[in-house]
Design a protein around this ligand. Structure first.
Ligand code: AMP
Ligand code: MG
Length: 403
């Protein structure tokens, strides 16, 4: 049995990107750039107006005050998308729309709300400074600029940037495909009759959702019987067809828990076979032909906890993310808590924000087979091994779940 921090360290040593691929930009949200994005153009590609108003020469506005307004002859209107070849002379203005190019010789824009227009004359009541409401050519981006660096996480803003720079595809780290194998003779699917001694398979659905929340594709191998040869074949197939393999159940020391034996038989490199954490002690991690293999305990609460704690960071690291660890926060206990000594405990709680501080409250039983426990919680407290009693008001590390 190893510590949580050792387990995380070992996983992060093994988890790395599995390759790169060109993808259509709309399929890149949540992925990570595997190339620098250079600009071929200037942005904006011309001096443009940031306002609906009038383009004038700033020098023509010197000395204008509310008491001493001045009229400018309006030569025409420039719409966004139009290219104006006419320049303005002294005492002239162009009406101009947001996004339209600034006409030659003009160097500023006064917003429409600050002027009075009458027939073909516009009256200004104040001086206007050079570059007022002008977005300058190349102000944001110059040709040859590295606009986004390799390693940048792609969010909707980056996707907008790709489009504005003329990229229809970009190179990202390849998202791993995750294989999911559910074991247990007691399991039936949602629509099947529940016979004596049987329960519904919930882990397949909960874990699939967690994998999909990371933006990853899941290949489900369904429910596999507790039969060593059958399970071995499925595990071998999953290791061929997918990049990260997760099994649920069969992880402990029971007579029908075969996962570890199978891993040994196929020659997988078992990195650890249990972690000092509660719930979730029987989690194991192995590497086979550069594929990552996680065996999760079958208890629904243990499976979800260990997925969040260990597999989520691994998937994020494989995706190329630099910040792949779960974010921890300081939480103040809203009431007294008692726990048993030994192992790091992840205590499911309700975390409430009050006056910019986080407070934790109990949600009931922590029994490791109760999905309803997690359903009531929005976070966990990370209770160190030696802790037994914790008093209201004490501060402890915690984190939110499912986010
Ligand atoms: P195991 O890790 O296989 O020993 O299973 C531990 C407990 O979790 C047992 O009570 C199982 O019935 C239950 N369990 C195992 N797999 C699932 C599953 N896919 N869905 C719901 N409960 C499960
Ligand atoms: Mg089992």
């Amino acid at each position: 049995m190893i510590s949580v921090s050792d387990a995380l360290r070992i996983i992060s040593e093994e988890a790395k990107p599995i390759g790169k691929e060109k993808r259509e930009i709309l399929l890149c949200n949540g992925l990570v750039l595997a190339e620098d994005i250079l600009s071929k153009d200037s942005l904006p590609p011309f001096d443009k107006s940031a306002m609906d108003g009038y383009a004038v020469r700033s020098s023509d506005t010197e000395g204008i005050t509310a008491e001493n307004p001045r009229g400018f002859k309006v030569k025409g209107v420039i719409k966004a998308g139009q290219w104006c070849t006419e320049s303005i002379n002294r005492g002239e203005a162009f009406k101009i729309m947001t996004g339209a190019p600034i006409p030659l010789e003009a160097d500023c824009v006064i917003e429409v709300e600050k002027v009075q227009a009458k027939d073909d004359t516009v009256y200004l009541y104040n001086e206007v400074k050079k570059d007022n409401h002008v977005i300058k050519f190349g102000e944001e981006i110059q040709p040859g600029d590295i606009v986004l660096k390799k390693g940048t996480e792609i969010r909707p803003a980056e996707i907008g940037l790709f489009a504005s720079l003329g990229y229809r595809t970009v190179e990202t780290y390849k998202p791993p495909v995750v294989g999911l194998i559910i074991t247990g003779d007691e399991l039936v699917d949602i629509d099947d009759a529940i016979g004596k001694g049987k329960i519904r398979n919930s882990n397949e659905y909960a874990i699939t959702s967690m994998i999909r929340s990371l933006g990853l594709e899941v290949v489900s191998f369904g429910i596999v019987k507790d039969d060593k040869d059958v399970l071995k074949k499925v595990i071998e197939e999953a290791l061929l067809r997918t990049d990260i393999v997760i099994t649920s159940g069969g992880a402990s020391a029971g007579d029908y828990d075969f996962v570890e034996t199978i891993l040994k038989e196929i020659g997988a490199d078992i990195k650890f076979d249990s972690v000092a954490i509660k719930p979730g002690k029987p989690i194991s991690f192995a590497v086979f032909n550069d594929k990552l293999f996680f065996s999760l305990p079958g208890n629904p609460l243990s499976a979800i906890t260990t997925f969040e704690q260990f597999i989520e960071p691994a998937c994020k690291k494989v995706l190329g993310k630099q910040e792949y660890m779960k974010e921890e926060i300081s939480v103040i206990l809203g009431e007294d808590f008692k726990v048993r000594k030994g192992r790091v405990k992840l205590l499911y709680v309700k975390i409430v924000k009050e006056n910019d501080k986080y407070y934790a409250y109990k949600i009931g039983s922590q029994s490791s087979n109760k999905l309803t426990t997690i359903s009531k919680a929005n976070g966990v407290l990370i209770v160190p091994e030696e802790y037994t009693e914790m008093k209201a008001g004490e501060t402890i590390q915690g984190r939110f779940i499912f986010r």
